[in-house]
Design a protein around this ligand. Structure first.
Ligand code: SAH
Length: 218
């Protein structure tokens, strides 16, 4: 490994120790995935040295890559298994999709901004994430043709849980989504079984808005 890669690997280890494990994330799959994904490659060159900091960063188009801890928290809440097929709404930088792709069989991720979609697809190919399937469209409608999904993650804030996403969730499936107004949301986890939908509130969070037919209007 060259010097730069080694430097970023050290920063990544510190990030996982001081932001993830120390705050109670315990799923070994999530910890291993976050140690592997080179987060600095998901931001612009100018921001690389800040990529492992305890904060979100701009990725262009007025969008952001989430803070490392929130990525870990949402991934853990999905309760992922090796054979799972997972839908992500809001590809953005592609970082969250890559973390999930380290754990599961296949990730389907949808982005509505063309430039971000192209950039993420190019990076997935470069990093050889062949189990990530990308799509450019309105993710609030889900991805019916590939449903049902074992887990669905929405990485943008929504006024409510889109019905399409609930219906595309498999029995035993988990859905994690920030729900609230445009300034602050609650991170909601839904679990679907024979008896219906069970909801838990994981606490306050703040995301950019989910824009689409079942989300906010532009
Ligand atoms: N998971 C991303 C977070 C990106 S921020 C990461 O790891 O970097 C949220 C993203 O959701 C933005 O890129 C935004 O364009 C996208 N988004 C918002 N509404 C959407 C919709 N209806 N369908 C698909 N993507 C959407």
């Amino acid at each position: 490994m060259d010097k730069t890669a080694l430097k970023f690997e050290r920063m990544r280890e510190d990030m996982v120790e001081n932001q993830i494990i120390s705050r109670g994330i315990s799923d070994p799959k999530v910890i291993a995935a976050m140690l592997r994904v080179p987060r600095h490659l998901f931001v612009s060159d100018a921001l690389m040295d800040q990529a492992y900091g305890d904060f979100p960063l701009p990725i262009g188009e007025q969008q952001t890559i989430s803070q490392p801890y929130i990525v870990a928290e949402m991934t853990q809440a999905l309760n992922l298994n090796e054979e799972d097929r997972v839908l992500e709404i809001g590809t953005g930088s592609g970082y969250q999709a890559a973390v999930i792709a380290e754990i599961v069989y296949r990730v389907y991720t949808i982005e509505r901004i063309h430039e971000l979609y192209v950039r993420a697809r190019t990076l997935f190919d470069k990093l050889q994430y062949f189990n990530i399937v990308t799509r450019y469209s309105d993710g609030t409608l889900g991805w019916a043709a590939e449903s049902p999904f074992d887990a669905i993650i929405v990485t943008a804030g929504s006024p409510a849980v889109p019905d399409f996403l609930i219906s595309q969730l498999a029995k035993g499936g988990r859905l994690v989504i920030p729900v609230g107004n445009q300034d602050s949301q609650d991170l909601i986890r839904l679990y679907k079984d024979d008896k219906g939908i069970h909801e838990t509130n994981l606490g306050a969070c703040r995301f950019v808005k989910l824009v689409g037919e079942q989300g906010w209007k532009e």
